[in-house]
Design a protein around this ligand. Structure first.
Ligand SMILES: Cc1ncc(COP(=O)(O)O)c(C=O)c1O
Length: 402
């Protein structure tokens, strides 16, 4: 069975990560070559929470955000006494729709969070213009979009990159925040330095767990793991997603308001110095055949760059597709970690139907450079007959998902 994805970390990095847990000084890496102030953090959620605290927005201010993202990003907004207002997706894409944005904005809106999903980098110009006209701070959530460079998109006040367990160039945790304004950067860093350190032993256990997961994700071992989970009557999707969770959703703020331990920072620095541009180019090239076969079942903006961190296929019958692909030895999976941000009660004018359709119809299919071309062709063949979810039907189909 081809596993749903591979951990993007080598055995040498894992060994180095474990060695750093023994002795390494609590030092923050310095990246003086970057054009904007940047800081390593425990997670993207830590950075998002730090930004919201540092801006000191009046309680009840609205934060406009991509309607399709991980639920914790909206939870953190609420925990800061602010109101998340979802911005629906552009039809046939995972990016926010400007028409929806126009409907969502109000005199209480202060921030706009744009999530770039699955490795797609769409231009933020339109959103940046909108943010400027409405005096909103634009934040680019690039948790899924690292391709070897820590850039700050034009017009964005901050960008957030994640290096959690399943991300590109993972350090098994950690994130980087890049900020435009030096004063904001100072406040964010100063606040973070008052947090308690996450424990080294927590990170050491993580390295060991992910070494085991890496060993289990090779083709022959993965099939055995899947059969073992099924024999024990355990839900495979739940077990595997729980295994790679960054941290539990319980007591979210306590979990995110911590400093990254020194060995994590050291491993993160090591990973950021590796050349990921070439690797992500190879990954995108490997996905091309599968993507071409999936045709309009891949939602993406024509003008975007895509590195295919994941290959998301949108279909009218996601359960059938997962069943069919698993029968062929490809461990496809429906979305579990992302969800639709619900509109607040006071904003019944805000609609999120395209995001609901994305949640309903998206299936991730395994594709990575070390999958042989013949296997990718077989996967492409399986996809070419899949039922398309027509974009104009998204509203009707999403009713199924509610
Ligand atoms: C779109 C998006 N935003 C934010 C996050 C949170 O990242 P972290 O785990 O570093 O907090 C994730 C994590 O998967 C994500 O996918």
């Amino acid at each position: 069975m081809w596993s749903r994805m591979r951990l993007d970390i080598g055995w040498r990095d894992l060994a180095a990560g474990l060695a750093y847990c023994g002795a390494c000084p609590p030092q923050r890496p310095v990246w003086s070559e970057l054009p904007h102030p940047a800081a390593p953090l425990l997670s993207v959620r830590t950075g998002w929470d730090l930004l919201l605290q540092s801006w000191r927005l009046p309680a009840g201010s609205e934060v406009l955000m991509s309607a399709f993202t991980i639920p914790d990003m909206a939870e953190i907004v609420r925990a800061n006494q602010l109101t998340p207002v979802p911005v629906d997706l552009k039809p046939g894409s995972y990016s926010p729709c400007t028409e929806s944005l126009r409907r969502a904005v109000s005199p209480r809106s202060r921030v706009l969070l744009a999530a770039e999903l699955f490795g797609e980098r769409y231009p933020l110009d339109e959103l940046a213009d909108f943010a400027e006209r409405h005096n909103l701070a634009l934040v680019a959530d690039l948790a899924q979009a690292y391709t070897g460079q820590l850039t700050l998109p034009a017009g964005a006040a901050a960008a957030l990159y994640s290096f959690g367990p399943i991300k590109t160039a993972t350090a098994l945790g950690g994130a980087v925040i890049v900020m435009r304004d030096a004063e904001l950067a100072e406040q964010v860093i100063e606040r973070e330095q008052r947090y308690p350190w996450a424990r080294r032993s927590w990170f050491a256990a993580r390295v060991c767990k992910h070494a085991a997961l890496k060993a289990a994700s090779t083709k022959p071992a993965y099939g055995a793991v899947v059969r073992w989970l099924q024999r024990g009557g355990r839900d495979m999707d739940q077990s595997l997603s729980a295994a790679v969770k960054n941290f539990s959703a319980d007591e979210l703020l306590r979990a995110v308001r911590r400093r990254a331990p020194a060995p994590l920072l050291r491993l993160l620095d090591r990973k950021l110095r590796q050349d990921y541009r070439q690797r992500t180019n190879r990954r995108a090239a490997a996905a091309e055949e599968v993507v071409a076969a999936a045709g309009s079942r891949i939602w993406r903006r024509a003008e975007s760059d895509h590195s295919f961190w994941l290959v998301p296929v949108v279909t009218l019958d996601p359960e059938e597709l997962v069943k069919r692909l698993r029968g062929e030895g490809f461990d496809a999976v429906q979305i579990r970690s992302l969800d639709v941000v619900p509109p607040p009660h006071s904003r019944d004018d805000v609609c999120v139907d395209n995001a609901r359709a994305a949640l309903f119809g998206t299936v991730f299919v395994p594709s990575y450079p070390d999958m042989p071309t013949s296997e990718r062709r077989r996967l492409a063949d399986c996809l070419s007959g899949v039922q398309v979810l027509p974009v104009e039907e998204t509203i009707a189909s999403s009713a199924v998902a509610r």
